[in-house]
Ligand binder design. Sequence first.
Ligand SMILES: CC(C)(COP(=O)(O)OP(=O)(O)OC[C@H]1O[C@@H](n2cnc3c(N)ncnc32)[C@H](O)[C@@H]1OP(=O)(O)O)[C@@H](O)C(=O)NCCC(=O)NCCS
Length: 256
Amino acid sequence: MSSSAPASASAAASAQAAGPLSPVQVRAARAADLDALVKLETQCFQGDRLSRRQFRYMLSRAQAALLVAVDRATAETVPTPLLGYVLVLFNRATSVARLYSLAVAAAARRRGVGRALVAAAERATWDAERAYLRLEIRRDNIASQRLFEGLRYRRFGVLSDYYDDHMEALRYEKQLSPHAAQPPARVPFYEQTLDFTCGPSSLMMAMHALDPSVTLDPQAEFRRMARYGRAGLQAVVLVSLPAAVARPAAVPDTHG
Ligand SMILES: CC(C)(COP(=O)(O)OP(=O)(O)OC[C@H]1O[C@@H](n2cnc3c(N)ncnc32)[C@H](O)[C@@H]1OP(=O)(O)O)[C@@H](O)C(=O)NCCC(=O)NCCS
């Protein structure tokens, strides 16, 4: 991440949990949020801050997602007080997006705002058809390391002398996949009734995993054998079995 040492303002340990009833709402940043973004940046980072001009550029830039967290209760207030923000940069040439900055107002910390922002950043990344999200975290930023490790980010490298004060950066990455959080579908077992109906039986099992209304009985087994023949069935099974084992699902709406 771009920013250097987090500012030392102590986190208010509000015990309010984030969840389905969370009062936190994440939305795209607007021009009217500029003042609040700059204020948040000043509050949260001691150096390497994003300037007003940079924030403005990120707002209009197609290759970035700038998202803000607001309290639902004050969401319509103008200007809206911000609980936090996250900035993701996309590169046209790669499927890897970069989580460039994340900040939560000191008074709003430990309420799940950081998690909600990262979840929204992941959704924006997936929507932009990028499959990986990467970031750097200062070695001395334990809060951020815990946050991202808890969200299944993998540490994969170290960049020495990375920040203004020569602190090294730990590199983290997460592969975003709509399948990742999804347990594999259960593939039922159907025992073939004849020596030569292995293909139809396998196909029926795979199809049943995708669509439970597909029947598993000898009649269906013979019907499929008659319809496709042996070679055709092998091809159909090869295509449908992986789909049955990793059933597609939507990217989760929120992170816990
Ligand atoms: C890091 C930061 C974004 C976390 O935001 P947050 O809203 O407080 O995070 P959450 O409430 O969603 O916390 C999620 C988890 O992160 C970890 N975490 C957050 N703050 C922590 C802290 N001070 N110490 C240890 N773990 C912490 C915990 O595992 C926490 O889960 P828990 O509350 O169930 O224990 C926030 O502290 C911040 O803005 N810091 C200053 C700027 C900064 O460092 N940005 C990140 C740069 S890489």
